[in-house]
Design a protein around this ligand. Structure first.
Ligand code: PDD
Length: 290
């Protein structure tokens, strides 16, 4: 099979022909930001919102954006021309490769841009119908979780806790409050009311989180954006995960105990169907990327 085509600093190249300097600050310091955009048969879901978030991440780390949102969308379309079907587009921008290792941010360095595609692994029918297992852990990450940074060691170690337990995600608690999961946002449902933690520096503000908030409003579901305590998480009738790749998934066991009835609940089923309707309407309205 031929090597997949990827984007590197403005060029489309086979993945194995791309070489990155060992002095690149992405390699040395994890000094970079990234995005993951789901694509359904050529239609990118919320590409503009993802590139706007990329801009916010870059602003937060004082990194100059080499492209406008429209440029980014054009790069995405050019890459997707080589990758039909359902894809994840991964975009990474690092601060670039200086001449020497120094923590201080160098001036006038050319950022390194890398984009690749890989087949989108959407949740299985089994995961949607039966829900998934999660475990909890203290949130030992830093105070700037709103930045979609490639420095993901905290998230990697958090995810490994659930991987070792044979679970899908690790749900994180900071000072007795729910934040998010290692690579997803988290929602809880009690007595028919959905709640999600506030949009602050302790969570990544998910594009899917925002979409679920809009779908809840359009679908007349009650949603509260407010702090959620550990007790509220553990006593919830339903717990959900959301992300660009997981869409919305029900958590049916938490730390080995059933959540609610131990089956995906009615509010989840309603949200899942609102999400699927939204996706298919978007594909009809915009048959090509972005
Ligand atoms: N992860 N929180 C964290 C820590 C995440 O890494 C992600 C996404 C989310 C959900 O964001 P969104 O809805 O915009 O995908 C929340 C991506 C998919 C990843 O790192 O692969």
């Amino acid at each position: 099979m031929s090597e997949p085509i990827a984007h590197f600093n403005g060029k489309l190249l086979p993945l194995d022909e791309i070489g990155i300097s060992p002095l690149d600050r992405g390699f040395i310091f994890g000094d970079g930001v990234y995005e993951v955009i789901p694509v359904y048969d050529g239609t990118a879901l919320h590409a503009r919102e993802h590139f706007e978030r990329l801009q916010r991440s870059m602003d937060a780390i004082q990194l100059r954006n080499p492209h406008t949102v429209d440029d980014w969308i054009a790069c995405t379309q050019a890459l997707l021309a080589h990758h039909p079907g359902n894809q994840s587009v991964y975009i990474q921008v690092t601060r670039g490769a200086p001449k020497k290792r120094d923590h201080v941010i160098p001036k006038d360095l050319q950022p390194t841009v890398f984009m690749m595609c890989y087949p989108l692994s959407s949740p299985s029918r089994e995961a949607v119908e039966n829900g998934v297992a999660c475990v909890t852990s203290p949130d030992f990450r830093w105070e700037k979780c709103h930045i979609k940074s490639t420095s993901l060691l905290g998230n990697v170690l958090a995810r490994q806790i659930s991987a070792d337990a044979g679970a899908t995600e690790t749900i994180l608690l900071r000072n007795g409050m729910l934040t998010e999961a290692s690579a997803s946002n988290v929602f809880v449902v009690k007595d028919g009311v959905v709640a999600a933690p506030p949009r602050d520096n302790h969570i990544l503000l998910g594009i899917t989180y925002d979409l679920l908030a809009r779908l809840a409003a359009d679908g007349a579901l009650k949603l509260e954006i407010r702090p959620v305590s550990e007790a509220q998480l553990r006593n919830a009738d339903e717990v959900w995960l959301s992300s660009s790749t997981k869409e919305v998934l029900a958590v049916t066991t938490l730390d080995g105990k059933p959540v609610g009835t131990g089956k995906p609940g009615p509010v989840f089923r309603r949200m899942h169907s609102l999400y699927q309707d939204y996706k298919s309407k978007l594909r009809k309205a915009r048959p090509v990327a972005a």
